[in-house]
Design a protein around this ligand. Sequence first.
Ligand code: ANZ
Ligand code: ZN
Length: 912
Amino acid sequence: MTTGEPEPQERRFDHREIEPAWQAAWDDADVFRIEDDETDPEYVLAMFPYTSGNLHMGHVRNYTITDAYARFERMRGESVLHPMGWDSFGLPAENAAEERDTNPRDWTLSCIDSMKEQLNRMGFGYDWEREVTTCDPDYYRWNQWFFQRFREEGLVDRRAEEINWCPSCETVLADEQVETPDGDAGSGEGGVTGEGICWRCDSVVETRELDQWVFTITDYADELLEALDDLDGWPNNVREMQRNWIGRQEGDSVEFELTTGDSVEIFTTRLDTIHGATFFAMSPGHEVAQRMAENPEEYPEVAEYVERAEALGDDEELPETSGAFTGEFATNPATGEEIPVYVADYVLEDVGTGALYAVPAHDDRDHAFAEEHEIPIQQVVEPAADADADPESIDVQEAAYTPDGILINSGEYDGLESAAAREEFVDVFDGEHRVEFRLRDWLISRQRYWGTPIPMIDCEDCGYVPVPEDDLPVELPEFVHTTGNPLDAAEDWKHVDCPECGGDAVRETDTMDTFVDSSWYFLRYCSPDLDDAPFDHDRASDWMPVDQYVGGIEHAVMHLLYARFFTKMLDDMDLLSGTREPFTNLTNQGMVLGEDGNKMSKSRGNGVSPQRMIDEYGADTARLFTMEAAQPQKEFAWSPEGVESAHQYLQGVYDLATRVEEGAFEDSADGDGEGVAAYVERETDATVATATEEYEAFRFNHALQSTRELVSLLRRYADRDDATQEPIERGIDTVARILGPVAPHVTEEIWSLLDRDGLLAEASWPDAEPPADYEIEARLVENTREDVRDIVDVADIEDPQRIEVAVAPQWKHDAIEIATNADGDVVGAVMSDEDLQRHGNEAADFAKDLAGNAEAIDEQLSPEGELAALERAAWLLRDEFGADVEILSAADADDDLASKAEPGRPAIHIEE
Ligand code: ANZ
Ligand code: ZN
C-alpha cells in the first residue's frame, strides 16, 4: 500500500445482491448440466430429501459437502453428474393432508416447490433437467414394472404376516399409526403384539395375519454379505452394521424328543458342547410354547409367561434370565439324560429354529439363566494346550468358558478338538449342517394411500393376476378423506375386469414401501425422461456406480442394503451390465448440533433456520461455516461466533480483492521486496498443494484452514510499503479458486473484480506443484520465530534493535547423518569419522546429545537450504519485532553464536 494515506474503509459485498445474480449466471451458462453422451462422468450424489417442505441444517451440511466436491471435481476438468430429486411418497403427506384439508399430492408438490427454492438459494449446483420425483407416475410406473419383472424372476412372494388392525376403522395400521394409551404418537410401540390404540379412533388395535407381498432379498444374503469386504470406500461401521443385520450364522440343527411327544429342532453353532446340555429352552413364540399357553390348566406358568412376553412393545424385553419351567423334559441325544424344558424370552423367535439346548458351562446367557434357576453346570470343553488359558484355572461354575478347545466329559469323544467334534456330531446325532441368516425377506406391502400401487389384480377365479404392462402405470385415484385406506374406498378404481378371464376382480389396494423408490433413483438420474425403460442400459452401465455418495448414518442399513440388492438384481437381469454395487465411496456426515451441544430439535428450541441464515449472512457464510467447523464425518455444534467469523473472513478476502482491482500495489520491487515476494509465492504454492490433497481426502476443513493462513499472510504483505501487485493478485486468484467450491458466490464476484474470463465455476483448479522441502522449511521458520519470541519474552527485551540468526555448520549435519544410520553406539560411530574428529570435544558433546534421541531427529535442510529459507522469511521477523534482521552462515557468524546452532534450530542473538 502506498504510504501516508488514511486507512480506507473496508469494502464489503452485499450477499443479497450478489447471490441471486450469480445463481442466475450459472443457470444461464448451464454450468451444471451434463449431456447424455458424456462418458463416465464423476458421479457425486447426496441422498435425496424426504419432502417435508423444510430444509434443515442437516440438509445444508449434507448438500454443501457434495456441492463443494462436485465443484472441485469440475474445476479439475472432470465432467460431473450432480443431480437432485425428491423422495416424495410416505405417510406424513397423508397426515398433513388430513390436517390441512388438502390432498397428499398438492401438499407434496408445494413442499417440493418450497424446498427447491431453498436449495437454489443455497447456491447448490444441480442438473435440474435430471430432477426425479418419486410420486410422479412417470417414476413410480417403473416401480410397478420392476415388481412384474422381479415376479417373473421368482423374486416376489406373497405370504402371511402379522399386521396391526383397527376393528372400528376396519383398516390396517402402520406401526407409526399405533399409539400407546398415553398418547405417544407414532412411536410404533404397541404395534403388532402390544396394547396399542388406533391413532384415529382410540380403539384397541388387534393383530391379524394378512397376506403380504415380499421381495426375497434373502436369495442375495450371501453376496450382500461377502461383497462388503470389497467396499473399501465405505466406513467400517456401516459395513459392520450391514454384516450384523444380515447376520450369517453357520451351525447345525438337531432334533430333540420331548416328553410332550414333540420332536423339536434346535439350532446351534456349538454342536461340540452337546454332552454339556443341562436344559432346553424355546422362545415364547415357538409353536410348542404357544400350544402350552393355550392350555393354562396344564401349563399355568407357561401361559402366564407367554402372555407377559406378548404384551411387550417392539423394543422392550423381559429380564435376560426370566423364564418358565414347563414341567416337561427333553432327552439329550448325546447322554440319554432328561433335561428340563423352559420357555425363555432370551431365545428369539426368528433366530435359528427358536429353540436351543443350553450349555451353561460354555455360553454366557445360558450360564446366567442356570444360576438363576439353579440348573447344574457341566463342563465339556477345556482349553487346548496352545490356548492362552490354563485348564486348571477354568471354573465353569463361576463363569462360562466360551472359546473352542478340547472335549472332556464327553464319553468316547474326549480329546477331540471342537471343530472336529462338530463335524463328527452332525452325523452321529443325525443333524443337518445349516447356514442361517438373521436377514428376513423384505416385506413391501403398506396399507396406505401415498405410495406406489402394487400392480396386481385379485380375481375370484384366477387368483392374483399381474396388471398387463400396457396398462402401467396403475395411477393412484383421487384422495378421499376416509377412515380406512382411501384405496379401499375408491370403488371405481378398485373394481376392474380380470385381465385373464374378464370376470369381476379387484385391484390390490396395498402400496409399496417407499424404500422401493429410493432403491434405484440414482439409476433414473441417468435418463430421467426415458419413457420405454426405467433407465438407459448403456448409459447407466457406464455412469454407475456413484463415485461419492453422501448422506446420514440413519440409512446405514435399510436404504443402502435395499439399493445394493436392487443393483445386483438388475445386473443379474441384464438391465445393467457389470454393476454389482451402486456406491463406490460413502460418507456419512456428522450431525449439526445446537449451540448447547444437543441435537437440534423443535422441543429444545435450539434449532437454526437455514432461511434466516441466508437472509442475514448469505449462503456463502452458511456453507463456509459448516465446512470449516469439522470434517464431514464429525458432528459439530452451531456457533454464532463461528458464523460471524466466517462472514468477516469472506468480507476481508473481498476487500483485499478490491485493492488488487484498484492496482493499489507497486509494479515491481527490488532487494528486500523481492525476497518477500518470493516468500509469498512459495506460500501460495504450498497452499494449493495442501488444499488439493485435503479436498481429495474429503477434509475440507483442513484445506480451508490453510487458505485462511494464506489470506492472513496476504493481508500482512499487502500492508507493506514494498508490496507488489503480482504476488497479491496471484494469491487472491488462488484463494478465490480454492474457496470457490465452498463459497461460490463471493468468489465469483472476486473473479470478476480480477477481470478473469468466464465464470469461476468453470475455471480450472490451480496448479498444485508443492515447493521442494516445504514442510521442513515451514517447520524451521516457525521454530525460529517461536525461539525469537521466547527470548524476547524471557530476557524481557523491550525494543529489539538487531536480531542475528546463525545456521549450523555442515559438520553437524554430517554428524546427524551418521547418528541416524548408526546401530547402537552413536558416539562411537560419530567419533570414528575422520572429518568429525577434527572438531574434537565439540563434536563429542554433540554426538552425546544425539545419542539420547537419534530416532527422534527430523529430516533437515542443508546449511545452504536453511540460509535461503531463513532469508526468505526474515521479513516476518523484521515486521513482527521492528528490528534489523541478519541471517548468517556458521562461517560468517561469531564463533560463540555459531557453536550454539544446530540443524533445524538456528542460534539467535538479539541486541537491544
Ligand atoms: C448351544 C451352545 C453352546 C451355543 C455353547 C452357544 C455356546 P451366536 O454364536 O451367539 O451368534 N441360539 C440358537 N438359537 C437361538 C435363538 N433363537 N435365540 C437366541 N439364541 C439362540 O449364536 C449362536 C448360538 O445362539 C447357538 O449356539 C445357540 O446357543 C444360540 F457353548 O447352542 B448355542
Ligand atoms: Zn380372473
